[in-house]
Design a protein around this ligand. Structure first.
Ligand SMILES: Nc1nc2c(ncn2[C@@H]2O[C@H](COP(=O)(O)OP(=O)(O)O)[C@@H](O)[C@H]2O)c(=O)[nH]1
Ligand SMILES: [Mg+2]
Length: 265
């Protein structure tokens, strides 16, 4: 597979599927080829039309009926069963994509995908030579210093799990007021401000415990890109997409379109 494979991962409801839709639209507007792949067997609705869809092989609903499971058990089982069909998905993808992006939308609940064996096995099987993760979280749930730091821990654990280039998107900034957004942008730009704000929020004992943990937050913010966007309002996506192009270009033999060379100059 000579395409660039991008896995969109994140907590339930953070906007993974919306990110896929927004990114696909952005690629369309520049006539960059891509393929969208839905890997969520429990999806009822996707805001884009998947080119390849795991639901052709397994759905959480069928698994629920067939194995008499509740909704949670069915979601876990259907993601595990997906492994049986990964060869079919790969074939379908290889038939249609020779260049451009393959964008993978992943199951709603990230822990089922990211923290169980199957997710990693699926990524290993489907990742092309060039692969990355777009980690999407809900900015409206990240307003306090402790909430923001928790999202960074989540982003780190996804990185340690998949060990791939990763960019991180705080989505839904349309739900923040100007001051809230500015505060977050500042936290990313200068993590020591985040650490100071967190210390103010925490009680004495927690503060001591936090100090050790916070060094890892600082180093994460220093080594990974963090973006603020609204997939719904199509805001802030240009810089995310430009970063993706940069990852893309890291591949030696990949020819990027002329206009992108100009954009990056
Ligand atoms: N306000 C706002 N809502 C959003 C945004 N992106 C997604 N949503 C909404 O959040 C909900 C979950 O989005 P979805 O893409 O399905 O999340 P997923 O579970 O991570 O795939 C839907 O109701 C979306 O319309 C955004 O940028 N702003
Ligand atoms: Mg989704």
């Amino acid at each position: 597979m000579s395409a660039f494979t991008l896995f969109v991962v994140g907590p339930a409801g953070s906007g993974k599927s919306s990110f896929v839709a927004a990114f696909a639209e952005w690629l369309d507007s520049y006539e960059i080829p891509y393929l969208t792949v839905n890997l969520d067997p429990a999806a009822e609705y996707t805001p884009y039309t998947p080119d390849v869809d795991v639901r052709a092989y397994v759905t959480a609903r069928e698994v629920m009926d067939e194995y008499r499971l509740g909704p949670n058990g069915a979601i876990i089982a259907s993601v595990d069963l997906m492994l049986n069909f990964v060869g079919n998905l790969k074939e379908e993808i290889e038939e249609s994509a020779s260049e451009g992006y393959v964008i993978f939308d992943t199951p709603g609940q990230m822990e089922i995908f990211a923290f169980r064996k199957t997710g990693v096995a699926i990524v290993k099987e489907l990742a092309g030579e060039r692969a990355g993760i777009a980690f999407v979280v809900d900015a409206a749930l990240s307003k306090s210093p402790s909430a923001f730091v928790s999202q960074i821990f989540l982003a780190s654990s996804v990185h340690y799990r998949f060990k791939m280039p990763q960019l991180n998107v705080f989505n839904k900034v349309d739900l923040l007021n100007e001051e809230e957004l500015e505060t977050m942008v500042n936290w990313v730009r200068d993590p020591s401000v985040l650490l100071e704000d967190l210390e103010k929020e925490l009680a004495g004992e927690e503060r001591v415990m936090a100090r050790g943990l916070l060094e890892s937050v600082r180093s994460f913010l220093e080594s990974f890109s963090v973006y603020f966007a609204s997939c719904k309002m199509r805001r802030g996506l240009d810089s995310v997409c430009a970063e993706l192009q940069r990852l893309y270009r890291a591949g030696e033999d990949f020819e990027i379109p002329e206009y992108l060379r100009e954009r990056q100059a």
